[in-house]
Design a protein around this ligand. Sequence first.
Ligand code: HEM
Length: 418
Amino acid sequence: MIVPSDLARAIVDPTAYSDGRAEAAFTRLRREAPLAQVRSESHNPFWAVTRHADIMEVERRSEDFCSSHLAVTLTSQEARRRAEQAARPMPRTLVSLDGAEHRALRQLTQGWFMPQNLRKLEARLRELARASVDKMAALGGECDFARDISLFYPLRVIMEILGVPEADEPLMLKLTQELFGGEDKDLNRSGSEVDSAEALNGILDAVMEFVGYFNTLIDDRRKNPRDDLGSVIANSVVDGQPLGFSEVVGYYLITATAGHDTTSNTTATGLWALAERPKLLAELKADPSLIPAHVDESIRWASSVQHFMRAATADVELAGQQIAKGDWLMLCYTSGNRDEAVFERPFEYDIRRPSKHIAFGYGPHVCLGQHLAKMEMRIFWEELLPRLESLELAGTPVRSSATFVGGPKHVPVRYRMN
Ligand code: HEM
């Protein structure tokens, strides 16, 4: 089955993720063609996997559907051609590894990311959250929450656990934004059109700048290990051998990037939801034990990682369809998180629904930072809500144009704080 061309265009077009066209396309596909091939002029064909159950099945069958062939995110033919031409080596990261190699690398930090270990960060995260809330109060009753507040708190958290000093944060912010904002003219390095040589070069330059920066940091953590994640990674040993430079840099890179925009976008989405729902805001203020449920629903609602790609390792069957060896598949998390078969009234923001979202993925690659993300956001709301006396939108929020990691880039709000 082939996805109708108007829907196919929406799925590959970053701007369609900012104006609701991608969401509308997914809603139709779940009903009419939940596993179908997307053909477009710009991209190699791929299967759009839009149902919650099928996404989980692909993730579970990681031997049939791997991460190490083709690209792990949607890449146009033009971008691929340019990347091949540029021939710049990219560091290898967890998301593009499979099997034993992936397990070994993931295991190095799995314990660090577990709730028991993260507990030691609670007090420090609270200080950072409180500083963000103070900043919001100091802005005097109006701000662009996405740009002024939620962008910075998760960044500070992630940089602190990696050991990046605060003074270098502006550089890190610029680089993570350029990496993920490559598809958005407002956010990318060159201010240029998607798929242009400038946009791609901007992304490659950002990666190279990261590599250069982390090189120095890794060196320091090897010589002077501290009690942070950066030191754990820099001093890791696999099969008796220190981790290779490319793997260490890849680990820093994936942690720095995966831990930032995702959580910023989700926090901004959560605030947007509250600005439109005064009754819910009052409920959360009255009963802070509801905060974890608000966090969870904001994660489903935002689905800030909008997809990851997989490739079939053999001719296999999936949901009654034949998938050929080498076929490319898009796991449409945003779609899975609105699947009517799993979520009652999926287009309502309801903190009382059972937590079944797949915004963190599933299976061997399930988000390594999920407990950190949830903890960070819980603490933020615990600090903000008691001080927030009123909240409303002061303009129309704007979502970023991105097929991969997306969310609100502007959430103008008006508020009173104590
Ligand atoms: C709301 C915030 C977040 C969301 C929605 C999110 C979502 C995801 C998703 C969908 C994946 C891929 C899962 C799969 O393929 O099954 C992933 C992987 C990953 N995430 Fe997150 N993430 C968030 C926050 C974080 C944070 C705070 C960190 C850490 C610092 C982090 C680190 C990672 C890493 C390292 C991976 C790769 C895991 C692997 O391939 O084994 N994420 N995340």
